[in-house]
Design a protein around this ligand. Sequence first.
Ligand SMILES: [Mg+2]
Length: 230
Amino acid sequence: MRRTGQTLIFDADDTLWENNVFFERVIDDFLDWATHPTLDRVQIRGILNDIERANAVSLGYGSAVFLRNLHETFEKLQERPASLVERKRIDQLAGRLIRGEVDLIPGVSDTLAELGARHELFLLTKGDVEEQQRKIDASGLAGWFRQAHIVREKDVDVYRRLALDSGLAVDRTWMIGNSPKSDIWPARQAGMGAVFIPHEHTWVLEHHDLDPADDGVLTLKAFTELVDHF
Ligand SMILES: [Mg+2]
């Protein structure tokens, strides 16, 4: 059954368009190259995860921080500064992240067009402002949203402030995204409903335990299924 006259807030990366899979490919190439005499891939990946977790707090998200994380991981593995050649190699591995286009998730455009006729749509994404704005522009989707917000971190306060500043009734507002940590959990804490659309390439730092009995969370298999519920 469809709900009427709702406010729908959309996550962007790995909800509207592909994102993390490109980082995963770079990490795979990095792990192929940055071998270590005693540590295996899983262990090296664990070191990278720890560095990413720490730097996300102080530096935020985006390609530039990711590149720095690779450099730090390499130097931690080698226990010495990287040579010029090694630095260039790492930069080269990550070079493919700087892309001018975005790959929309199948059906996103048509689904937003249909939802936009019945509901009020917002965009809420976190990361580097310039980088996220470039993706929004390249997506061609900006026109569907009443507002698009780029924030440093999607925590409970961000959801509360958005509701307050935009005059949203939280009991008619839903956050839609792939991240338990950034989309589902904080939106629920702020009193909004949440639509969880899992993506197989969701970043490990975006994982968070959810209450399986929480009936304020709707879980869908595909973005296109939204039109059956809203
Ligand atoms: Mg996401």
